[in-house]
Structure formats: structure tokens, C-alpha cells
Design a protein around this ligand. Structure first.
Ligand SMILES: [Fe+2]
Length: 307
């Protein structure tokens, strides 16, 4: 039963471009093993994005963590289903279980402590009839750290959303939070207390990587981060806006290979054992309530990894 998302690994055709992009995105880079690793300021020991050298931008693997009981349960389910356990893909990759999902995506499950997220102070907000901040300036300093706190979720393309749903719920114990009609999409949370989604699937003619999303401390931080990316020549993709599925504020940016990375803030959170009825959304209604630049770009659902 997976309890958290640890990291993802991508191949890119130019490591220098990868280093520049994820550094501009607001993460700290480390070198010295088989891939570049990117970490957040608040968790300097945890790599959340690994970038390896490859012929083209391509998804490599996803890594989850569980506790001892969950790890043993997953190991048992893999055995029951005759799913082959593989060696880790490179020497300093994490230990644990390595296997492939039905699309051939490489998946890792580590046994690890699931650390609580560090709490941050909540700024007072004035709203109609409610004054939380009085005789005090509310605009943040332009020097606030507009940098991701953690990897929140990632979305993969798949030729069969139902097949992926079956695997990730039956083998990894994930739970369905919401779906999109006609088996176009599905959004899954972990088996424990969880963000609305940590993994999602969108239909395509082939597997592929859609985007990864990183939590920011506020809308201000997300947009200051956007300004930093634009100032370095990176391109806007979609937003800022608010998703209906997951409720998070979003802003998407193009990486150097036409893929996307997202800043998010204020995603729905679903504690273990709480009542949550998955909804089935239309593509349009689920995608967004509003976005400053209107509907998503025409290639938002394009799988650049498919031939
Ligand atoms: Fe997202």
C-alpha cells in the first residue's frame, strides 16, 4: 500500500538544458551519481526529480514509499500476480521493489519513513466582513522564496486507463479520487492520508509522461516563480487558473522539450478512511473552473513521447 510519492526520473537529450530548467524552476541540483538530482530547500536530503541523459525526453521511473506492512503487502501482491521483480536500474538507485506496470513503466516501491510535511505560518487574509489583517501590509516582499516545497503528483499517458487503474489500486493499494468520462482520465491518491491525487492517467495511443506538479507556498509564490521562468526565457503553457479536479490553483510551463511542469497551491486533501465519493467529470468541467488565459492549449493532451 503506497503511502507517498518519492521521486520521478526522466531522460532528456541535453543534461545542461535539464539542469538549467529545473534550477530556474526553483530546485537545488546535485550531481555525482548516475543522474542529476533536484531537491527542495526544505528537504535537502530528498531528491524528487532525477534527470538522466537519453535520446529524447522520456519518462524513466516513478518511486513510491510505504511502511513495513505496506511494503510486505505489495511484495505479496506482486508475487501473487507473477509480476517479475527487476534489478534497480542503476547502482545508486533506491533499494526496494522494482517492477513494471502494465504499460511497461518502471515502478519502485521503497520502505521508508513517511515524514510529516513541515507546517508553515498562515498569512492573515482579509475577505468580505472578515478582517484578519489590520494596519499591516499584506503584500509579500519580492524576495520571498518562490520555490517548490515538494513533488505533489505526476500524470502519465496510457493506452488503457482502466488497466492502469486496476493495477495501481489492486497492487499498490491506491484509491480513485475522480475520473473523466469515457475512460479518458483518472486521478489516484495513496492508501493513507493523501493529496487528492499523486498519480493520474490520461488516455493516449501510447504510454508517456504528461507533467509533474510541485507545491508552492502561495499564489504569489507560484506567480513570482512564473516571472522567474519567463525572465530566463522559458515559455508559458497554461494558467494561472484553478482546476476542478483536485481544486488546486495551477500554472503550467513548458520545459525545453515541449513537456510541462506545474506549480500548484491548495490541492484537496483526503485523510485515510474519510468519506469521499469519486465524481466522473467531463473533460471540460474537470479541467478547470477558470484560467486567466482561457482553455488549455490545443496540445495540452498531446503525448510527445508517442510516435
Ligand atoms: Fe497537475
Amino acid at each position: 500500500m503506497v503511502l507517498s510519492l518519492q521521486h520521478l526520473s526522466l531522460s532528456v537529450p541535453d543534461l545542461k538544458e535539464g539542469a538549467d530548467f529545473y534550477s530556474a524552476f526553483g530546485m537545488n541540483m546535485s550531481e555525482g551519481h548516475s543522474a542529476l538530482g533536484f531537491r527542495c530547500d526544505n528537504k535537502p536530503d530528498d531528491e524528487i526529480v532525477l534527470v538522466e541523459s537519453g535520446q529524447k525526453r522520456k519518462f524513466n521511473h516513478i518511486s513510491f514509499a510505504s511502511d513495513a506492512a505496506g511494503f510486505a503487502a505489495i511484495e505479496g501482491r506482486l508475487k501473487d500476480k507473477n509480476i517479475e521483480l527487476l534489478s534497480k536500474p542503476f547502482k545508486d538507485a533506491p533499494d526496494g521493489l522494482w517492477f513494471r506496470d502494465p504499460d511497461g513503466n518502471l515502478v519502485n516501491v521503497q520502505e521508508a519513513d513517511i515524514a510529516a510535511r513541515p507546517a508553515e505560518p498562515v498569512p492573515p487574509v482579509n475577505r468580505p466582513g472578515v478582517i484578519e489583517r489590520s494596519a499591516q501590509r499584506g503584500c509579500p516582499k519580492p524576495t520571498i522564496a518562490a520555490r517548490p516545497r515538494r513533488l505533489g503528483h505526476m500524470i502519465l499517458f496510457t493506452p488503457s486507463v482502466p488497466r492502469q487503474l486496476q493495477f495501481y489500486t489492486e497492487v499498490l493499494g491506491m484509491q480513485i479520487s475522480d475520473t473523466i468520462v469515457e475512460e479518458y482520465g483518472a486521478f489516484l491518491r495513496t492508501a493513507g492520508d493523501s493529496d487528492h491525487h499523486v498519480v493520474g492517467f490520461l488516455h493516449s495511443n501510447a504510454p508517456g509522461f504528461h507533467h509533474a506538479s510541485f507545491e508552492m507556498g502561495s499564489i504569489d509564490e507560484a506567480e513570482l516563480g512564473a516571472m522567474r521562468l519567463f525572465g530566463k526565457g522559458y515559455k508559458h503553457a497554461w494558467g494561472p487558473g484553478r482546476h476542478a479536479i483536485g481544486s488546486n490553483y495551477f500554472h503550467y510551463f513548458r520545459d525545453p522539450w515541449n513537456g510541462m511542469a506545474e506549480y500548484f497551491f491548495d490541492i484537496d486533501y483526503i485523510p485515510k478512511d474519510s468519506e469521499w465519493e469519486p465524481a466522473e467529470w467531463t473533460k471540460k468541467d474537470g479541467m478547470f473552473l477558470w484560467s486567466a488565459d482561457g482553455p488549455p492549449p490545443p496540445d495540452f493532451g498531446k503525448n510527445y513521447e508517442a510516435d
